[in-house]
Design a protein around this ligand. Structure first.
Ligand SMILES: [Zn+2]
Length: 288
């Protein structure tokens, strides 16, 4: 393994860190074979625009089309495997007191690699939830008194009379698979992938957790994130404002490059294991 040349003072700061945040974007999973939304718009899907197929409006208009496209996307996600970068992040948990992963990816690969504390800002493609009638609508348009959310799927669109009282029901048997759009067995709402579509807001609780992690950590590794989509793009800058060490790993320069304490040019699968080895010496443990 080729070691990275990093300022020894920065290495010391990283080794002293008790809480490290790893912020990851699409580049994190590129070497795992996970395509971007746009890369997946091929073959039968080439005539569709992601904006017309990954929005609450599209699901309301044609739920089966939107469902089928996500089944298609899920094929590539299920076929993907965590790369050496995901594994290096998971291994860091044995070397640092607390490691928080904040990811914009919906592929679940951090969990599959063994990371435990993960904030999935854009959700998880392979998890389902109920489609709410107010999904994607602005705050002011919300119903004055939204019905009680379904305890199983979170949907608020079903009339109370439609609820199935069977307490043994669960969503465990439902997955993103070819066929008709499934419905929640309790309330009857259509089920949708638990991801953030275009025209939807990030979960405010998750965003709060991510801001808090950026403010309270000691160091941030920003990996494979182009930092072009707000509000997630602002997160690493918050860590800089707080005076924490920020290291960027990305093949191309970003808005963060000039401000970060170090900027490493490379892909996640190659550069991240080298960084972890160079700073923490994963084989020996920290500081040895
Ligand atoms: Zn439900």
């Amino acid at each position: 393994m080729t070691f990275l040349r990093i300022d020894p003072r920065l290495v010391e700061r990283l080794r002293d860190a008790l809480h490290v945040v790893i912020f990851t974007g699409a580049g994190m999973s590129a070497e795992s074979g996970v395509p971007t939304f746009r890369d997946r718009m091929t073959g039968l899907w080439a005539r569709h625009d992601p904006q017309d197929i990954a929005t609450p409006e599209a699901f309301r208009r044609n739920p089966q089309l939107v469902w089928d496209w996500h089944v298609h996307l899920a094929e590539s996600v299920r076929a993907a495997t965590p790369n050496a970068g995901h594994r290096a992040i998971a291994a860091l948990q044995d070397l640092v007191q607390q490691v928080t992963v904040i990811t914009q990816n919906i592929d679940g690969l951090h969990a599959r690699a063994g990371s435990r504390e993960i904030i999935e800002l854009h959700g998880n493609l392979l998890r389902l939830r109920g489609f709410r009638d107010d999904d994607g609508r602005q705050e002011g348009l919300r119903l004055a008194r939204p019905p009680r959310p379904c305890p199983l799927c979170g949907a608020r669109c079903a009339p109370p009379g439609a609820w199935n009282p069977d307490p043994g029901l669960s969503l465990a048997g439902f997955g993103l698979a070819a066929g008709p759009v499934p419905r929640c067995p309790k309330c009857g709402a259509r089920l949708r992938p638990d991801v953030v579509w275009f025209n939807e807001m990030l979960d405010p609780d998750l965003l709060d957790q991510a801001w808090a992690a950026m403010e309270n950590c000691d160091a941030v590794l920003c990996v494979g994130a182009s930092l072009e989509v707000e509000p997630a793009a602002s997160l690493p800058f918050r860590a800089l404002e707080c005076g924490h060490a920020v290291i960027e790993i990305n093949p191309a320069p970003t808005a963060l490059s000039a401000l970060a304490d170090a900027s490493v040019r490379g892909g996640a699968a190659s550069a991240l294991p080298r960084l972890v080895e160079s700073v923490w010496g994963s084989a020996q443990g920290p500081g040895e």
